[in-house]
Design a protein around this ligand. Structure first.
Ligand SMILES: NC(=O)c1ccc[n+]([C@@H]2O[C@H](COP(=O)([O-])OP(=O)(O)OC[C@H]3O[C@@H](n4cnc5c(N)ncnc54)[C@H](O)[C@@H]3O)[C@@H](O)[C@H]2O)c1
Ligand SMILES: O=C[C@H](O)CS(=O)(=O)O
Length: 485
């Protein structure tokens, strides 16, 4: 059942105008909580992508010449428009992605914070004057926007994953072509409406939907694109990084994870359970930084498992994100439910014991009960693969050295967490863990002021923070000679 929303646009946004796909093709968008069709979107290909890139390239010529102050003011207006339309944008996000309305509002406010943060950072893109080794020459270093940026984003945070990129791009003087996930297109297309309301010049932001492979290939091969920024799976990230590399384009890759969550026997168990609930079950376990493997030291294993099971039962309520009291929305689709099911059945077949949950939720939508399994070990799929769902598996360990070795035994390196009240241990373990993000006695650590990025197969580059601008800027060194002694 289609639904009305002031920000629901069933058209692509190129050069300040809204249009359909060249051949009129469309695809349906589904509400994962109800299985209902909530609308359609254009299914575009390379031709429309090339037009969007051309539009961004033309706009870049003037946008890069705006002053930081001018860009900052427009970005401030963009953030204001996001906040002013929070309720409508949140209803749209919950309809297409399923997360509870309060979480959708939190995500959108987080997006506005990224835009506002970079509106200020725009005014701090400093260069250098370096003491010259030559008496008749001067050394000057400036930073310049890289140009047109192709952005491809995931469905799990359909607003903030765009804001995190768009903020840095606009602040640095770049222009952008955005391709959102086909599962959650409306929150991205809404940025076209927001850009119009904020008064951003045509072509600075372009948003299109369509065949992901074709759009990605056009972005990677089109010489007018200077950079590719991607948030999504490691599998797709490697495809894009390879194609962009062939064209020598800059890349930022925010990819998959397999976060360890370690609880030492000196930890505050109630705090650790609170952190495990927040880290594991946020967005129904569908975040790249979700705890994927919970390592509990032997002395507190049974007590932690009992406390976690109690908290899951008492605090987590699956349901339609529009309903009061619901804390767990649906998974994005049947494939996501199937993966959680496979990980659970694999764990059970290898000795895992379900102490809470363990089944899909009856009725419409793609729900899965928040689930806790004990007796996990390294031979299980969940030890090596990102579950991306509400499945908490508890591994037992004996020593600090063992916990560190097992936590690092993965090709991923995005987020990790551990709980301890031992100050020396907190530094030893933080320094030993091979990850980009470390939560010490905290289960949710994302903020616009801190760098967000992974190592190993979790990607490259950092988003947010003062570091987030670096990937959108080229450094230019100028030597002024002939100045006389
Ligand atoms: N590191 C982070 O900040 C971060 C944030 C969110 C999600 N993720 C990761 O993303 C994954 C889940 O998101 P997802 O299912 O949307 O990931 P995905 O890789 O399937 O899709 C991400 C985006 O890539 C597009 N895409 C798919 N195939 C493509 C191709 N061949 N060429 C170009 N684009 C293509 C999709 O349409 C979508 O827009 C998880 O692995 C999660 O860990 C990482
Ligand atoms: O899923 C990935 C997001 O980056 C999670 S967070 O909202 O940035 O913590």
């Amino acid at each position: 059942m289609s639904f009305d929303n002031a920000f629901k646009k069933e058209a692509i946004y190129i050069n300040g105008s809204w249009s359909a796909a060249d051949n009129g093709a469309t695809v349906e968008v589904i509400n994962p909580a109800t299985d209902e069709i909530i609308g359609t979107i254009p299914h575009c290909g390379r031709a429309e992508t090339a037009r969007a890139i051309s539009s961004a390239h033309t706009a870049f010529k003037s946008w890069k010449k705006t002053t930081a102050e001018e860009r900052s003011k427009l970005m401030g207006r963009l953030a204001d428009e996001i906040v002013a339309n929070l309720d409508e944008l949140a209803l749209l996000l919950t309809a297409e992605m399923g997360k509870p309305l309060a979480e959708a509002k939190g995500e959108i406010m987080g997006g506005a914070k990224y835009i506002r943060f970079f509106a200020e950072e725009a005014k701090r893109v400093y260069g250098d004057i370096i003491p010259s080794p030559w008496g008749d020459r001067r050394i000057l270093v400036t930073k310049e926007p890289v140009g047109v940026v192709g952005a491809i984003t995931p469905w799990n945070f359909p607003n903030s994953m765009i804001a995190r990129k768009l903020g840095a791009a606009l602040a640095s003087g770049c222009t952008m072509v955005i391709k959102p996930s086909e599962f959650t297109p409306y929150s991205a297309l809404a940025y076209g409406i927001l850009a119009e309301k904020a008064g951003l010049p045509a072509g600075v932001i372009n948003v299109l939907t369509g065949e992901a492979k074709d759009i990605g290939e056009e972005m990677c091969e089109n010489p007018q694109v200077a950079k590719i920024t991607f948030t999504g799976s490691t599998r797709v990230g490697k495809i894009l990084a390879g194609n962009a590399g062939k064209a020598m384009k800059k890349i930022s890759m925010e990819l998959g994870g397999n976060a360890p969550f370690i609880v030492f026997d000196d930890a505050d168990l109630d705090k650790a359970v609170e952190g495990a609930i927040a880290s594991k079950f946020r967005n129904s376990g569908q975040t790249c930084v979700c705890a994927n493997r919970l390592y509990i030291q032997a002395g507190v294993y049974d007590a932690f498992a009992e406390k976690l099971a109690k908290a899951v039962t008492e605090q987590l309520k699956p349901g339609n994100g529009l309903d009061d009291g619901v804390t767990q929305g649906p998974l994005i689709n049947e494939a996501a439910v199937k993966k959680v099911h496979e990980h659970l059945e694999d764990a059970k077949s290898k000795g895992g014991k379900v102490i809470v949950g363990g089944t899909e939720v009856d009725g419409p939508g793609t729900f899965f009960q928040p689930t806790v399994v004990t007796g996990a070990h390294a031979e299980m799929r969940v030890a090596r693969e990102e579950t991306f769902g509400p499945l908490a598996v508890l591994f037992k360990f004996e020593t600090e050295a063992e916990a560190i070795e097992r936590a690092n035994d993965t090709e991923y390196g995005l987020a990790c967490y551990f709980y301890t009240n031992d100050l020396g241990r907190s530094f030893r373990v933080m320094e030993a863990l091979e990850y980009g993000l470390v939560g010490v006695n905290e289960g949710v650590i994302t903020t616009e002021v801190a760098p967000f990025g992974g190592v190993k197969d979790s990607g490259m580059g950092n988003e947010g923070s003062k570091y987030g601008l670096d990937d959108y800027l080229n450094i230019k060194y100028a030597c002024f000679g002939g100045l006389g002694a």
